[in-house]
Design a protein around this ligand. Structure first.
Ligand SMILES: Nc1ncnc2c1ncn2[C@@H]1O[C@H](COP(=O)(O)OP(=O)(O)OP(=O)(O)O)[C@@H](O)[C@H]1O
Ligand SMILES: [Mg+2]
Length: 138
């Protein structure tokens, strides 16, 4: 196992997934990539004054700090952080394929946590969209 990818959304569940991924990466001497996906910002085209670039930059900045915070919590493990813009599940799967990841780690729930859900929609879609091994951390 050379590459472990963990997807984080800033939730407690995804931090738990990151710790698990960190332990595995350490054990296998694999490279850990911490990925956060930022949702594309949609602004009506009839709002020409919208500070598109600023909103976008702020979102990316926020995404970066989510990934960095997780990285900080995983120290002294060496990992790299990645922030991408797009639909969450599709982007996670795309990045996983491009590495390629030997293991994709996600939390079972995330920020949107509706308590009755055992499995969030992003985790569910990742499992359906990739043939790579997926670890869902509860
Ligand atoms: N934007 C994101 N970027 C990276 N990883 C994500 C993102 N959103 C979710 N994940 C990953 O998927 C896991 C499950 O989150 P998911 O979004 O499926 O659950 P939820 O937020 O509880 O439910 P839902 O989003 O369907 O309301 C998270 O712990 C995280 O690992
Ligand atoms: Mg969610």
């Amino acid at each position: 196992m050379k590459n472990v990818l963990v997807a984080v959304d800033g939730s407690e569940a995804s931090l738990k997934a990151a710790r698990q991924a960190g332990d595995l990466a350490r054990g296998f001497h694999a490279r850990l990539t911490v990925l956060h996906v930022v949702a594309p910002v949609i602004i009506p085209s009839d709002a020409p004054w919208a500070p598109m670039d600023e909103i976008h930059a702020a979102e990316l900045q926020r995404g970066q700090s989510i990934a960095q915070e997780v990285q900080r919590q995983l120290l002294p493990l060496e990992s790299r952080e990645l922030v991408k813009v797009g639909p969450a599940a599709e982007t996670i799967v795309e990045v996983a394929a491009s590495l390629p990841a030997d293991l994709v780690v996600v939390g079972s729930t995330g920020k949107g946590a509706v308590k009755r859900l055992l499995l969030g929609s992003v985790a569910d879609r990742v499992m359906h969209l990739t043939e790579l091994p997926v670890l869902v951390v509860r």
